[in-house]
Design a protein around this ligand. Structure first.
Ligand SMILES: Nc1ncnc2c1ncn2[C@@H]1O[C@H](COP(=O)(O)OP(=O)(O)OP(=O)(O)O)[C@@H](O)[C@H]1O
Ligand SMILES: *[C@@H]1O[C@H](CO)[C@@H](O)[C@H](O)[C@H]1NC(C)=O
Length: 314
């Protein structure tokens, strides 16, 4: 491969969100009328990749979609956002991942996720992407594809000195211990930190304690995001130092869906473009990027591009 290496390669999920808004959630066997329907692009992997791309990172997505309408549509979405689709596979054996979401007027929801083609992403796909994976600056993965595939991606990246961000979402209780050791940055939210460590995370201090436990398990650094309270950052390089709380600036919150993925996409961009910047400073800036995403409706639709952000963030 003679082309320029990618800044950020994401190995993860693609999901089409089918959203119906209705006065209430239907009961079993019931048909009700809703007042609005829309289709959105989602999936944690794809969300993170799109946010990194919008910040200006040269990105590639390693994922699997179906040979169907939603798959074609998603590939076009990547292209529209400047994400390389060279390693987006299409399968006839399963449908593109889909999330059927019903939201009631109180803002509560009921969701059915069918991971579909996402679960067919495997070792063969990683081997095909190896030339890109092994030369990337940063590799990001989550747990919406088979955990074995994510672990293999982390292992491959680690062996090739590619910086890794692992987002253990959705969290599984008995995570293989190798996930921790292969993570340069282990980034999760409060509930994931709690499920993985058994430390109840309500306060910033609790998050620090859960973070210490994640460091003990072998992560090089840990970020636990705390919604409007920002995040805490811990590093194994200063094990004696307490966790650093990185607060956010207050904003008018409209829709926080996908904020965590915006944060991780931005973090991946900073790790690729500013390799010597402190993780705390990267987290401060990623807070601001994710803080923009909560001020408008939608998941990817709310992710800012470089031109929408203050130049001081670059
Ligand atoms: N209300 C808010 N005000 C400002 N920033 C926010 C707010 N909510 C989230 N953020 C930003 O987004 C980051 C991630 O949010 P959060 O910890 O809620 O992740 P998450 O639970 O994975 O998100 P979600 O599930 O909503 O996508 C926070 O660290 C912060 O930077
Ligand atoms: C953390 O992320 C998961 C998705 O992985 C989500 O279901 C959960 O609500 C989030 N927790 C918080 C506190 O935002």
């Amino acid at each position: 491969m003679t082309e320029e290496a990618f800044d950020v390669v994401v190995v993860g999920s693609c999901m089409t969100d089918l959203v119906s808004q209705a006065p209430r959630l239907p009961k079993a066997g019931e048909t009700i009328h809703g007042h609005k329907f829309f289709i959105g692009f989602g999936g944690k992997g794809a969300n993170q990749c799109i946010q990194a791309a919008r910040m200006g990172a040269k990105t590639a997505m390693v994922c699997k979609v179906g040979k169907d309408f939603f798959g074609e549509n998603y590939i076009q979405n990547f292209k529209d956002n400047g994400v390389s689709t060279e390693f987006v596979g299409q399968t006839v054996d399963s449908a593109t991942g889909a999330a059927s979401i019903i939201v009631n007027d109180a803002g509560e929801n009921a969701i059915v996720i069918v991971a579909g083609a996402n679960l067919l992403l495997g070792g063969e796909d990683l081997r095909r992407a190896l030339p890109a994976l092994s030369r990337a600056k940063v590799m990001v993965c989550q747990l919406e594809v088979s955990p074995d595939t994510s672990l293999q991606a982390l292992r491959l990246s680690h062996e090739n000195n590619v910086k890794t961000i692992f987002n253990p979402a959705p969290a599984i209780p008995d995570l293989d211990p190798e996930f921790y050791r292969a993570s340069d940055v282990f980034c999760c939210n409060e509930s994931e930190a709690e499920l993985l460590t058994g430390v109840a995370v309500a306060s910033i201090e609790d998050a620090g304690r859960a973070g210490q436990e994640l460091l003990r398990r072998g992560c090089s650094s840990v970020i636990i995001t705390l919604g409007s309270r920002g995040c805490v950052v811990l590093s194994a390089q200063e094990p004696s130092s307490p966790s650093h709380h990185v607060p956010t600036k207050p904003v008018t919150t409209v829709d926080t869906t996908g904020a965590g993925d915006s944060f991780i996409g931005a973090l991946a961009f900073y790790m690729a473009h500013f390799p010597t910047m402190s993780l705390e400073e990267m987290a401060r800036r990623a807070n601001q990027v994710a803080g923009v995403s909560v001020q408008t409706i939608g998941t990817q639709a709310s992710y800012p591009s470089k031109k929408d952000l203050p130049t001081g963030l670059f």
